[in-house]
Design a protein around this ligand. Structure first.
Ligand code: NAD
Length: 254
């Protein structure tokens, strides 16, 4: 580690020490060290040419929906076996110690909760892929039950309560943002004095509006990301390093 690298980590540590109320904002980059590919990093799914289904296409066609379920139950299941890494554990310690009031996450992988953070401290802007919900009446469905149904009849039935469409509890491209989560994220952002971005390309809106809002309203902004982001020029500190080693050093865990 060079002298400059050491200096920026010490500065980050000092900023944390001086903060009375911090917020952590995470993107897919915090979970790559758990083996889950991101979208836009060098090994990202989109960098390599993949694409996501748009919500309107998915809603319009049962065939598209059933193909998506088939991918879910037969394709690459890396997210399901993944475990929290040092980055998640360091963030969990900051929450447990009362330093961080909330984690605002774009991730859908449940790894903040798996690392021991109480669910009410995790604000999921893009939902959660570990369970499903009826789009009409919000009845929750467990993935294991849906998988059993799909293996039996090669189809996911409409909601047994209201006949609505059942969907993984994620927010897809083109789907409306969850209002309650957006409001809570805004409250925590406005109340913090330090806003820490971990592993986001900061190009997906409205999520990327939160670090902007934090900075505009007087909080300090720290970005830890191994690529440049559009908000680097306004940040108080940018650390172009891996999240796991950076956060475990700064938080003092091994
Ligand atoms: P992104 O893919 O656009 O950007 C991730 C950023 O993290 C990249 O700039 C990359 O260089 C950086 N990065 C990757 N690994 C890193 C590491 N170990 N240390 C430091 N930096 C690292 O991700 P985004 O900004 O979160 O936006 C993508 C969207 O994709 C989100 O809406 C999210 O819902 C979804 N997504 C989620 C997951 C997940 O839940 N784990 C995975 C893929 C995509």
């Amino acid at each position: 580690m060079s002298g400059n690298d050491q200096d920026e980590l010490e500065l980050f540590r000092l900023m944390l020490e001086q903060s009375a109320r911090a917020v952590v904002f995470t993107g897919a980059g915090i979970s790559t060290e758990s083996g889950i590919p991101d979208f836009r990093g060098p090994q990202g799914l989109w960098t390599k040419g993949g694409k996501s289904t748009n919500f309107d296409e998915w809603l319009a066609s049962d065939e598209v929906r059933q193909r998506a379920w088939a991918r879910r139950f037969t394709g690459d299941r890396v997210m399901e076996g993944a475990e929290p890494n040092k980055g998640h554990l360091a963030v969990a310690k900051l929450v447990v110690d009362g330093k961080v009031s909330a984690i605002i996450t774009q991730n859908i992988d449940n790894l903040h909760q798996d690392s021991g953070v109480p669910a009410e401290k995790v604000i999921e802007l893009h939902g959660n892929s570990s369970y499903a919900k009826c789009l009409t009446c919000q009845t929750r469905y467990e993935m294991a039950d849906l998988e059993e149904q799909f293996k039996r009849i090669a189809h996911i039935d409409p909601c047994s309560r209201c006949g609505g469409i059942v969907k993984t509890a994620t927010i897809s491209f083109g789907q409306a943002m969850p209002l309650d989560e957006m409001e809570r994220a805004q409250e925590h952002t406005l109340a913090c004095d330090l806003f820490i971005v971990l592993g986001s390309s900061l190009v997906v809106y409205p999520a990327a509006g939160f670090p902007e809002l934090a900075k505009r309203t007087g909080a300090k902004l720290v970005i830890v990301n191994d690529q440049e982001t559009p908000l680097d020029p306004v940040a108080d500190l940018v650390i172009n390093r891996k999240i796991g080693p950076t956060m475990s050093f700064v938080v003092g865990i091994n």
